[in-house]
Design a protein around this ligand. Sequence first.
Ligand SMILES: Cc1cc2nc3c(=O)[nH]c(=O)nc-3n(C[C@H](O)[C@H](O)[C@H](O)COP(=O)(O)O)c2cc1C
Length: 198
Amino acid sequence: MFKKIEKDSFYYGFPVALMTTKDSSMTDNITVISSNWSLDKSMIIGLSLHSKGFLNLKMVHEATFNLADDTIWENVERIANTTGNENLPDYKKEAGYKYCSDKFTLGELTKIAGERVGSVRIKECPIQIETTLVDKKIRNDFAIIEFEIKNIFVNEDILFDSTHIDVDKWSPLIYKFRAYTTANQALGTNFRFQEFKK
Ligand SMILES: Cc1cc2nc3c(=O)[nH]c(=O)nc-3n(C[C@H](O)[C@H](O)[C@H](O)COP(=O)(O)O)c2cc1C
């Protein structure tokens, strides 16, 4: 039997990315997101119009997507109820969000300078994707934003060789119905599998 249910949001399991952006005074911010996916050289995200991340992207069209693994879920949760936006909307105040000018210190996350973009990479994230903004579509109070991938950095710890990821060593942090989990239970591989696996 199936039951029809109603949900305002439906997070059935998405990878967690820490999106770094800069504002016009060059201050770095982290926006935790889970609405993200990539195809070829594109990266697509869903982002609240009230977030500091969105305000920053209106001014500086660059972002780095730092993909979190299962070892840093507590760092992510430490910054989860914060925003870099000083003018918190009422709904966020009521939900318990607080303004934070430096989520790197709060989350014990380390900045590494960007290469092709100004937004910083986060050392604790094994995969870092540098991008520039291509297009955005506004939908009520959020935007669907498309980026072009400029650079991908991968920590050597999860690489088999210079181009192949050892997939058993990559444990992405997954946000599943607002609980943190991971996805590293090997079941099998696709007929087009191109990475490394023991
Ligand atoms: C695990 C997780 C996933 C989230 N995913 C998204 C998302 O995909 N899009 C979004 O706009 N906000 C998302 N949020 C909420 C933002 O992180 C939150 O609004 C935050 O205050 C934004 O930070 P900023 O205002 O400094 O940019 C998520 C939060 C968490 C903890």
